[in-house]
Design a protein around this ligand. Sequence first.
Ligand code: NAP
Length: 293
Amino acid sequence: MILIIGASGQLGDSLAKLCTAQGLDHVALARPAVDLAQPETLAAALTATKPTFVINAAAYTAVDNAESDEAAAMAGNHTGPKALAQLCAAANAVLIHVSTDYVFDGNKGAPYLETDATGPTGVYGRTKRDGETAILATPAKAVILRTAWVYSAHGKNFARTMLTAGRKLPHLRVVADQRGTPTAAADLAAAILAIIARIRETGWRAEYRGIFHATNQGETTWHGFAAAIFEEAAKQGYQPPHIEPITTADWPTPTRRPPDSRLDCSKLRQIFGVQLPPWRASLPTIVGALLQA
Ligand SMILES: NC(=O)c1ccc[n+]([C@@H]2O[C@H](COP(=O)([O-])OP(=O)(O)OC[C@H]3O[C@@H](n4cnc5c(N)ncnc54)[C@H](OP(=O)(O)O)[C@@H]3O)[C@@H](O)[C@H]2O)c1
């Protein structure tokens, strides 16, 4: 039994759909049934479902809002996941938890390894980093996947924002000096289910515990991502706007974003034999679904 927490989010939605498609025994729950700010709801869900795997796809993800809403960010990203890890340890369930590239400051100038020092630049990144540390301080069988730039046809994300704005405005300005890797929620969901399949096949191993980087392959900038989104959309009859490359300084935000948050995902491949596809592979399908919505 796989218990998915955060079923209403991009990743949670993809996980639930994929579990259904693969015929996997699962339960997908969202708030208020499971609320990371109310650990008693987590305990009740574990008691009711008796999972062997718990996937935490829930998090406080509003990066800028977190600056003025630290208590909620801490509950969603740190203390809630810690409580969940303690419950998983007590129930002997494997916890698959998701974290972020924003645990890094983005100044390395090369793809980050799991062993690199963290240096979050805001409350969101700090609470996510503290959640990782707290989970690994419990005895839980925990696999923590740091991902980045998640998008899908479901929920709020950069691709949806671009396509909506591009319908209204002939000219968009998009930041061209932040590097990273767009990651399709469906590709990350498939990677998580492949990890679960591997653990089921081999049994739990000590090397599975810890942090793994898990993004699609390749890299781009937000401007490059926007250009690719509009290129795919144009193939599907959409009239693309002009997109002007701008700098981070031209687009100030409450939280400073890491300028280069590329993640080296080779550990995931070495330990679990799992590799996500190149970042453009899922783009046509997601853009198509967004255009139809
Ligand atoms: N989105 C990105 O670009 C990105 C980048 C790097 C890493 N990540 C990480 O990837 C994971 C999945 O992200 P996503 O993009 O799928 O997120 P998302 O679409 O924003 O969904 C977040 C989910 O978390 C739920 N949630 C928020 N606070 C909660 C709480 N206190 N208790 C229970 N559920 C709560 C939300 O529920 P409601 O519907 O009730 O609000 C929603 O279902 C997260 O761990 C995130 O930090 C995301």
